[in-house]
Structures are given as C-alpha cells and as structure tokens.
Ligand binder design. Structure first.
Ligand code: NAD
Length: 479
C-alpha cells in the first residue's frame, strides 16, 4: 500500500491508524508556515497504546530472535525504499538541508540492518561441579517507552526502535511536538510489516511524555533530549523503578594543539561545531585553540564561515538550515542579547535577520571569559566561543569544568600527546583528529549529567533486557 507522506498524519495504535479530535500545528521553521495538523493524543488513546503494546508483548517476545531481527532489518529496507519521501518531509518539518537529511535517513536504514545482526548469546558460568549448569539469558523487559527530540527525529527514533524490537520488547514511541510528522509516517509504514501493537506511535505535547514516564505498565524509558527533562524523567520513572536510558545534553570541548595547520583545522572545526545548524548534542560547543595559532585559526574559521549559506533547507545551495523552532530561537536571541550586554567580541554573526523563518547567522565569539553564558551553557544553536589556551593541564581542567560529559575532540599531529589528553577528558566519546563518528556497534553514552546508560553496541542492546540466570542440578532428586 502506498503512503502519502504529505498529508493525513495519523497515530498508530494497536495496528490501527488513529485520528484525534484535537490537533496541533506543525510549522516549517524556514517559512513559519503551518505545514500540517498533527494528532494530539487523548489520555484514553494513550492508554490504548500502552494496552496494545502490553497485549502484543507475549507473542512478540516468544517469536524466535531471528524472526524479530529479520523484521528489524526489513524496517531498514522500508526506510531506504521511502528515503526520498522521508528526506523531503524531514526538511519541511525540521529545516535541515538535503545533505543533512541524506545523512539522517541513510543512517537510519544502516542502523536497522546492523542492529539486526547483533545477538545477546547466553553466558555459561562454570559451577565447578560436573552435574550442575549455570546459564544467564537476556530476556526482554515488556513495554518500552521511547521519547525523542527534534534535531534528528528519525535517526534517534530508529536508535530506540531497532534494539527494543530486536530484543523482544514492544514499544510506545512519542516524537517531539516540534517534529512529529516523519515519526507518524514511520509508524504507518512499519505497521505494514509489524504485528499489531508491537510499535505504537502517539503524538502530543510534553504532557504525553509525562504520562508515558509515569505509567505502571511501561517497564523502561529510552529518552533522548535535554538534561533538564532527563532529570524529570528519572524522577517519574522511580514510581515503578523503570529501567532508563537517558541521552542528554552536552557542552563538548575541542582542543586544538599548536602543531596543526590552522586553515585545515579551522574547516574541520567549523563543521564539528555547526553541523545541523549546531543543533547537535555532540557539536563542538567550546573550541580551545593554543595561543600560538589562535589568531590565524580565528581568521581562517571566520573566513570559512563567510562561504557558508544559511537558508531554507529545501533550496539548492543551502548549507545550513534555520533554528528548528521558536522556543529555541527565542533562547538563542536571549543568549545573544546577554553576549552583547557583556561586551563580548564577535568575529562574525550576532545579528538576527528580519523576515520570515527562524534564521540565525553563524556566530563566532572571540575568546570570551570562561564564565560567560556562551561558554557555560549548551547553546544548541550556531554560536561558537573560541577560547585561547597555553598550558595542557590548564585546558584539560577548563574542558572538564562542566556538568556535561557527552563528547570531546582533540586535534594534533602528535598522536601520543593527543591520546594523553583524550585519556583525561571526562566524556563518553573522545575523537582524535576526527569528529561525529558513530557506529551501531560502538557504545555511545554520556558521563556526568549528559546521560545514564548506553545506546548502540551490545551494551546498548542489553539495556533493553533483564538477565535471567538458570541454575540446573542435573542429578536426580533423592537418588
Ligand atoms: P526536550 O528535553 O525539551 O524534549 C525531548 C522530548 O522530551 C520531547 O519529545 C518532549 O516532548 C519530551 N518531554 C518534555 N517534557 C517531558 C516530560 N516532563 N516528561 C516526558 N517527556 C517530556 O529536548 P529537545 O529540546 O527536544 O532536544 C534538545 C536537547 O536534546 C539538547 O539538550 C540536546 O543536547 C539533547 N540531545 C541529546 C542527544 C544525545 O544523544 N545525548 C541527542 C540529541 C539531542
């Protein structure tokens, strides 16, 4: 059955496409036009979604792992088959340009194919006695709630759907109210191949998230979003001791050593910082540059920034799209007002253009105080502080002086020194001379308040399971 990606957005509950009485507007951030009305789930519809997932769990979890994983791989095929439609809709609702949409949708299908190859085999322990065996199996949890943000709505949903379903759980998925459309269409598409109730997609406001995190029949929440919301979710999940995986915010440092070519490094660091209009949890958000090359690096990154086109993602030639929503745009305006009031020095940007669309120019700030808001806060938009350093011990202290610990990068031709710096950074991922590499087979998670738990790799898969250990005494009783 063909799916119209341009209209008719419905929730998927228990295998049925569901409309609602209430709807909410979805806005194209490049034009501020309402592009669709998305369903606003009632409490009764939400309850039905959880009930449907609960009903589907016994037979889904009893299915052989190979069959479940084959279906997860097929999800990847379906995403690939509808890649163009997804990319077009993603640009309309999220704002990102074609290259960004290709990265996200391409990655989504790769993730399904690769996660489908992973298995959690039983572990046998040595009992030391010939007639006893001890086996530990990984068994699914039950109904999992998935909650996603608005920066990579499809990829981050897939990061939850693939491992949850592969391990035998069923799911209720809630996208961000700013970007629900691709996820609703994903639900509709997957409904063609998954048994009823295995994946339910509901849309609505933040209160829908709160219903999910406090529901007694939901056994786990896998959440990607801000640290502030992560704290609320952890608290709500305590009611029935839900398992949690929280992928939260970051304020990633990049350390640029004096032995690199400033021009080449400036280009790399530009994209490390501004990819997806810097609405990226692992964007380089503080760039520490050694004082010997600081001036040249600052000149090069500013000149490179001038070659980048910010605009409507649907227009050819656009490199970076708008800020995704008004809430984030207002936050960034406030941050810029503070930067100006604090007399910070701008290498470029800072002035918001007139006209339609939530556009913000690429903004680079010249060596602001370490305590300024643009350094301390996660901007989650295209504003980058460049910071000068002289001493390695000092820059490591500054890099680690944050509540966050998501990722970091070190740039140097001296790999021994780079590695010794990387070893001292408090972050879940540290890249040396590269950035933003991810793999379905490599653990991703935050230190400190950037998260709890891991996504991807076998460790990530195991987070969707409980262990069940079976001790068997093979000797006959009473003989
Ligand atoms: P957000 O926390 O505002 O919202 C994320 C999701 O949580 C949305 O679906 C929202 O509706 C829902 N939500 C809001 N309040 C809730 C509540 N009380 N209970 C349950 N759910 C609730 O985050 P955002 O603004 O959409 O995303 C930006 C943030 O996400 C940034 O901080 C960014 O760094 C982080 N992020 C982290 C990663 C990562 O992997 N670590 C990836 C992408 C984004």
């Amino acid at each position: 059955m063909t799916i119209d990606f341009n209209s008719d957005y419905k929730m998927t509950i228990g295998g049925v496409l569901v409309q609602t009485d209430e709807t909410f507007n979805v806005i194209n951030p490049a034009t501020e036009e309402v592009i669709a009305k998305a369903p606003e789930a009632s409490q009764a519809q939400f309850e039905e979604a959880v009930a449907a997932a609960k009903r589907a769990f016994p037979s889904w979890s009893a299915r052989p792992s190979e069959e479940r994983r084959a279906l997860v791989s097929k999800i990847g095929d379906l995403v690939e088959k509808h890649a163009d439609a997804f990319m077009h809709l993603l640009t309309k609702e999220q704002g990102k340009g074609r290259a960004g949409a290709e990265w996200e949708i391409g990655g989504s299908s790769i993730w399904c194919h690769e996660i489908a190859k992973q298995t959690l085999d039983p572990e046998m322990a040595e009992s030391g006695e010939p007639d006893r065996s001890i086996e530990t199996h990984r068994v699914p949890l039950g109904v999992v709630g998935g909650i996603t943000p608005w920066n990579f709505p499809v990829l981050l949903a897939i990061w939850k759907i693939a491992p949850a379903l592969a391990t035998g759980n069923t799911m209720v998925l809630k996208p961000s109210p700013y970007t629900p459309l691709c996820t609703l269409k994903l639900g509709e598409l997957l409904n063609q191949i998954l048994p009823a109730g295995v994946l339910n997609v509901v849309s609505g406001g933040n209160e829908l998230g709160a219903w999910l995190t406090s529901h007694p029949d939901v056994r786990k929440i896998s959440f990607t979003g801000s640290t502030a919301t992560g704290r609320k979710i952890m608290q709500a999940c305590s009611s029935n001791l839900k398992r949690i995986t929280l992928e939260l915010g970051g304020n990633d440092p990049a350390i640029v050593m004096p032995d690199v070519d400033p021009k080449a490094a400036a280009k790399e660091l530009f994209w490390a910082s501004f990819q997806n209009s810097a609405q990226f949890c692992v964007a380089a958000k503080r760039v520490y540059v050694h004082e010997d090359i600081y001036d040249e690096f600052a000149k090069e990154i500013t000149e490179y920034a001038a070659t980048i086109k910010v605009g409507d993602g649907s227009q050819q030639g656009t490199d970076l799209g708008p800020i995704q929503n008004k809430m984030q745009y207002d936050k960034l305006q406030d941050l810029m007002a503070d930067a100006k009031a604090s007399d910070l020095s701008f290498l470029t940007g800072g002035e918001f253009p007139e006209g339609k669309g939530y556009f913000m120019p690429i903004t680079i700030i010249d060596n602001p105080p370490e305590t300024s808001r643009v350094v301390v806060e996660e901007a989650f938009g295209p504003v980058l502080p460049l910071l000068k350093f002289k001493d390695i011990d000092d820059v490591i202290v500054r890099a680690n002086d944050t509540e966050y610990g998501l990722a970091a990068s070190v740039w140097s031709n001296d790999l021994t020194t780079a590695r010794s710096i990387a070893d001292r950074i408090e972050a879940g991922t540290v890249w040396i001379n590269e950035v933003h590499s991810f793999s379905p087979h490599v653990a991703f998670g935050g230190h400190k308040q950037s998260g709890v738990g891991i996504e991807n790799a076998l460790d990530g898969l195991a987070e969707y399971t409980n262990s069940r250990t079976i001790y068997t005494n093979h000797g006959a009783i009473g003989q």
